[in-house]
Design a protein around this ligand. Structure first.
Ligand code: CAA
Length: 246
């Protein structure tokens, strides 16, 4: 199998860690960004103890200059980024009539503007080299909306608009661009939802439980594989049947 250089943003989180596991196990060289160095270093050591080597680079995906510096550091150490997973994301949940401009912009900058900030510095090299895999980690709530998430749902829906435009522009350059839309997965982000609210949400999931990070990472590994070369502009829902679009 060809070994590629992969950058997974927000790799120290629940879904990000699982994606890194899968990509590293496939033999790829994997990097992620951090903002809190001590926390990230502890995470890196834990990954290393299970045989997964990860390059850590500082970088704030909500900031264009920081994102560009981050990409250049990855390139310097591991070579041009061939697989990019735009995974970093945050929530600032509140009903819209209580939402501050800050809660709106923080989510827009980290979840949607980050797609510009991180993809822009990698795209030229992918086009020149005529190979690339880009995956956006969106959300079920970008597809169905969610009470308390006008900011998050708008950003996540926007990510797929980004995907389908980039997919068209770059199809002739061997670059595929796809979206994975996870439902409620048992990560810190979902566990931060108040328990009584979360229980009501889980009751709406036909499979009857929260998802597992591996169940998302598996699909990312599929989209980024050599053989997924004719799949572009897709949006794969992985949500235990919670929302079934077609
Ligand atoms: N539909 C209809 N009404 C709802 C509702 C819903 N889904 N959820 C809450 N309400 C109602 C409540 O019943 C309550 O009604 P009453 O006032 O009549 O009793 C009212 O809304 C509460 O409204 P408030 O404005 O006072 O809300 P709050 O400040 O108490 O909190 C909230 C609202 C922050 C949105 C809270 O309900 C919450 O955290 N909800 C979960 C949001 C969520 O799903 N976030 C996902 C995070 S994980 C993630 O994002 C990962 C991913 O991609 C899936």
């Amino acid at each position: 199998m060809t070994q590629r250089t992969a950058l997974v943003t927000g790799g120290t989180g629940g879904i990000g860690s699982a994606i890194i596991h899968y990509l590293a196990q496939q033999g790829h060289r994997v990097a992620t960004n951090y903002r809190d160095q001590a926390k990230a270093e502890a995470w890196r050591q834990k990954m290393a103890s299970s045989g997964i080597e990860v390059l850590l680079v500082p970088g704030d995906v909500s900031d264009p200059a920081s994102s560009e510096t981050m990409v250049r550091q990855v390139e310097e150490k591991l070579g041009p980024v061939e697989i990019l997973v735009n995974n970093a994301g945050i929530t600032r949940d509140t009903t819209f009539h209580k939402m501050s401009y800050q809660q709106w912009t923080e989510v827009m900058n980290t979840n949607l503007n980050a797609c510009f900030n991180v993809t822009r510095p990698v795209i030229d090299n992918m086009r020149t080299r005529k190979w690339g895999r880009i995956v956006q980690i969106s959300s079920i709530n970008g597809q169905k909306g969610q009470y308390g998430q006008a900011n998050y749902a708008a950003a996540k829906a926007g990510m797929h608009g980004f995907t389908i435009s980039l997919a068209q522009e770059n199809a002739k350059f061997g670059i595929t661009v796809n979206t994975v839309s996870p439902g409620y997965v048992g990560t810190d982000m979902v566990m931060a939802v108040p328990e009584e609210v979360r229980e009501k949400i889980v009751a709406q999931i036909p499979v009857g439980r929260l998802g597992k990070p591996d169940e998302i990472a598996h699909a990312v590994a599929f989209f980024t594989g050599e053989q997924a070369s004719w799949i572009t502009g897709a949006n794969l829902a992985i949500n235990g049947g919670h929302y079934m679009g077609w």
